[in-house]
Design a protein around this ligand. Structure first.
Ligand code: ENP
Length: 266
């Protein structure tokens, strides 16, 4: 019936299992979460409901039950580079994007929607956001994004894709629509923007031009200070793991990279 994929099979087991895994092994600083209540809160938001009538507010209980501190300076926002962001974030150890917080972790990459009859869950198909805005997955990420931005403090990091066709800072993105408007001015000290081109991609956007300029102007108009860095080296090195022989990833062989301490071994 719908154009999107149906509910992920074994959703209850995956969500509940991810929840226990998160609090016991991924991020044990998060304690005292009730994983069965968390599943029930997700279920009540969509099961037996019309999949085009689920609102962000239907997830309030779920958000409250999964909430924990996002450490200052550890928030990481992004568009169009999910894989790279999560490699760099390293399951919340290096940075904590929404997908590495308990709220995002339990449903990342999953799909879910209801139907008014039968089992109450549609495993065949779910509406896309083009078909209807108020679908269960879109509404979940909207309230999760707003809450995450409100909780974020200190230096806010943002990783954007300078090779993305729609622009590194696209219109109508979660970052533009639900996160940027919800930062708490008093809690945010600075923004750091990393514009990462794909290793084999075009340099379409970079600091100070195109859609990044639009983002920079929005931050300035809101009174935030920011730094913008093109192809931030630590992340570039991580990209090069997948392209070891690409010229872009060559390590200079001349003496300019020989540090004084290295001469001890020469
Ligand atoms: P996409 O389209 O590259 O990737 C969406 C995929 O990442 C979906 O599989 C989704 O899981 C998962 N995901 C993880 N975190 C988010 C998220 N946070 N979000 C929507 N999907 C998320 O990413 P988008 O749609 O452009 O979203 C990027 C946004 O995430 C940025 O605003 C960033 O700052 C934010 P599922 O369950 O849908 O299969 C917020 C919205 O953190």
């Amino acid at each position: 019936q719908w154009n999107g994929e149906g509910t992920s099979l074994n959703l209850e087991s995956i969500v509940t299992g991810r929840c226990y895994d998160y609090i016991q092994t991924v991020n044990p600083t998060v304690r005292n979460k009730n994983c069965s209540a968390i599943w029930e809160a997700l279920k009540q938001a969509f099961v037996y409901k019309d999949p085009c009538s689920v609102l962000p507010s239907d997830y309030e209980l779920l958000i409250n039950l999964t909430l924990h501190e996002i450490p200052p300076n550890k928030s990481l926002f992004w568009e169009n580079n999910k894989h790279l962001v999560h490699k760099y974030a390293n399951k919340g150890l290096h940075y904590m994007p929404l997908g590495d917080s308990l709220t995002g972790w339990i449903v990342d990459n999953l799909n879910w929607c209801g139907k008014p009859n039968g089992s109450g869950i549609d495993y065949i198909s779910c509406p896309t956001t083009e078909e209807c805005e108020h679908n269960p997955v879109e509404s979940f990420w909207r309230i999760a994004s707003v809450t995450y931005a409100k909780q974020s403090s200190g230096v806010i990091h943002t990783m954007l894709n300078g090779s993305a066709l729609g622009g590194a800072f696209p219109n109508n993105s979660f970052f533009a629509d639900y996160e940027l408007p919800n930062f708490q001015k008093d809690c945010v000290s600075h923004f750091e923007i990393w514009v990462m081109d794909d290793i084999e991609g075009a340099d379409l956007d970079s600091c100070g031009r195109g859609s990044i300029k639009v983002l920079e102007d929005i931050l300035s108009s809101k009174g935030y200070s920011y730094t913008c860095i093109d192809n931030y080296t630590p992340v570039r090195i991580l990209q090069c793991v997948d392209f070891p022989s690409h010229p872009e990833c060559a390590i200079p062989s001349d003496s300019s990279i020989i540090k004084p301490w290295m001469t001890l071994f020469l």
